[in-house]
Ligand binder design. Sequence first.
Ligand code: HEM
Length: 180
Amino acid sequence: VPIPVTFLGGESGAWRVTRIDAVVGAALPSVARLEMVEGPFPGSTPAAWVLRGVTSNQRYTTAGEQTALAATQAPLGRPGATRAALIPITKSERWWALSQDQRREVVEETSHHIAIGLEYLPTVARRLHHGRDLGEPFDFLTWFEFPPEGADAFEALVDRLRSTPEWDFVEREIDIRLDR
Ligand code: HEM
């Protein structure tokens, strides 16, 4: 069942913002704190910015990959997972013009996104939210939680993914780091 999720950047929220980097494209205003709200999208909020997405079914995974992911993934909200990253991403029109099989080819056969990602489970817990069909500025809101001991590994993961052919299609990416 898809869950609507709202990320509110502002003066309040469970997560403290430690840095916001515009990796590609326009930045987001800097804020002190972030709140993640799961459930129906809130109406008016006092936040400086509001990003919305919905969870969804998988698009690209094979049955074998889904089994491997399910066997190793960790849930969100682990008490020791006091670090987080919200990485909103938009891909280019060239990406969206590809067919499903061409996109799968880029994501996994040439970029090994899922195989690389699996190496970092269960240290890193993740959830993918889709914004494109909501008319949101970001196609994806990617969310990750990990313990402080996993911070170096997470950095390595992000570097590896950003150097893949898949990232040639990324036209906007913001890297927001958090702790609590
Ligand atoms: C923690 C390890 C990771 C794992 C296991 C992982 C796994 C996956 C999987 C299985 C998908 C495909 C979902 C589908 O079939 O629809 C996916 C999509 C995606 N991931 Fe990751 N990922 C990881 C880390 C990351 C990181 C660090 C980033 C950002 C820097 C990222 C960004 C994305 C994006 C933007 C998509 C959507 C791609 C699209 O639909 O075009 N992932 N990831």
